[in-house]
Ligand binder design. Structure first.
Ligand code: PLP
Length: 411
């Protein structure tokens, strides 16, 4: 629809709702967490109205980006969309690797093909767009690395300033990609949780809208499109098993939200994939909480793993992740950094897919599950490779032979 104000996206966003206490609030002003209980706010849509004009068939011919699902995204006016072409990444069959593992349907959703090389682009595209629409003029965020790089890119694309606080051991490429886009970057001798406290304390003085993971309602809206794409790319069926490398958990809980929305739209039935959380053995708060049978996860003490995106000791969305895993009949698996390195080599050599350590964690977790007989040979298993291996050049090393610059037989 076009009006004097511009081109409407057709978004059916109605309000925000707290996922913990149920409190509702207006969606048309900037919000962080629930003011009543401090937990995560979700965007809600009029899916009945959406369903009338927004059928699966209407998607055909739409742009190959996450904005193809604009009726169930929060941005109301097309001119506010800040995009670098994020989303609609390939869902690749990996038959050679699958056959070796005794699986007939192993697939990888390759999020390394997003702008900035990771799935963080999805969340930042949606959140920066919507915050800009609601009047934000600057952004701040703590980041393990990739989210900071993505925020920097989308803030630059929006023409707005941003500040990012990262742990001092965040990958160099993340420090550079954020700084090169004009974002102010601070390195903290601590963890992402320390970075989060610093951003919160400085946000008002710097005029930042705080884009911390799940502490505003719209990054998860961008990430939920993973779930829409999965269904669309599988002909409106969901796989039997989804394995997701989990830090803050936004993609996992986002997909879970998308499945419920698609069922309300009448696009899929009630069957759900078994959702599997893959974490690093050196930082596995959700695995521990799952095994202990509790609803909230205790922060992990002394977290360590080279998979920087998994170095998240405590997550505000812990209860949402644990609910998705339990309601789906899924499970949680911790894997070592050595297993991730081995899985990186395995996927690259078997299928030409150079995945990030976090993505490799999903294959390492699958090995555990196959060994335990948890996955059937005919089940469709989707691994989420959340980023490009090229962003982690230090993770898998090779001692390569150096030869003299003379023409001769190679050793
Ligand atoms: C490459 C990569 N994979 C996975 C994650 C974890 O993502 P989430 O916060 O959605 O659990 C991150 C987070 O930084 C990441 O950068």
């Amino acid at each position: 629809m076009t009006t004097a104000d511009g081109i409407a996206t057709g978004s059916t966003l109605t309000h925000l709702e707290c996922t913990w206490c149920g409190e509702t609030t207006s969606a048309d002003e900037l919000h962080g967490v629930c003011t009543a209980c401090g937990k995560v706010l979700y965007a809600r849509y009029d899916l009945g109205a959406a369903g009338k004009g927004f059928s699966r068939d209407r998607l055909a011919g739409r742009e190959a980006s996450l904005w193809r699902y604009r009726e169930v995204l929060p941005v109301r006016w097309a001119e506010n969309i800040v995009s670098l072409g994020e989303g609609y990444t390939p869902l690749l069959r990996t038959d050679r690797l699958g056959a070796r593992m005794g699986l007939r349907h192993l697939l990888v959703k390759d999020e390394g093909q997003n702008p900035t090389g990771t799935f963080k682009a999805r969340g930042m595209a949606a959140a920066v767009s919507r915050a800009k629409e609601l009047g934000a003029t600057a952004f701040g965020a703590p980041s393990a690395g990739n989210a900071g790089g993505a925020l920097a890119a989308y803030a630059a694309r929006a023409g707005l300033p941003a500040g990012v606080v990262m742990p001092v051991d965040a990958p160099l490429i993340n420090q550079v990609e954020a700084a090169v886009a004009g974002t102010q970057v601070w390195l903290v001798a601590g963890l992402i949780s320390d970075a989060g406290r610093i951003v919160k304390a400085n946000a008002a003085a710097r005029g930042w809208f705080d884009l911390s993971t799940l502490k505003e309602p719209y990054r998860v809206e961008g990430k939920k499109t993973l779930g829409y794409e999965l269904a669309e790319q599988l002909g409106w069926e969901l796989p039997e098993v989804v394995i997701y490398p989990t830090g803050g958990g936004t993609g996992l809980v986002g997909m879970w939200k998308a499945f419920a929305e698609m069922e309300a739209l009448g696009w899929i039935g009630g069957r759900r994939p078994r959702m599997v959380v893959a974490q690093a053995a050196g930082c596995a708060p959700i695995v521990r909480a799952y095994e202990e049978g509790v609803e909230l996860a205790r922060p992990w003490e002394d977290p360590h793993t080279e998979a920087s995106g998994l170095r998240v000791p405590g997550a505000i969305g812990d209860y949402l992740m644990l609910r998705a895993v339990r309601e789906s009949g899924g499970t949680c698996v911790a894997v070592s950094d050595e297993e991730m390195a081995e899985a990186t080599r395995e996927l690259a050599a078997a299928e030409g897919l150079y995945v990030c350590p976090e993505g490799a964690a999903t294959l390492a977790a699958l090995h555990h599950l196959v060994d335990a007989g948890w996955v059937g040979a005919d089940e469709r298993v989707v691994l989420f490779n959340t980023g490009a291996g090229q962003k982690y050049p230090e993770f898998v090393r090779f001692d390569l032979p150096v030869v003299a610059a003379t023409v001769g037989e190679l050793p």
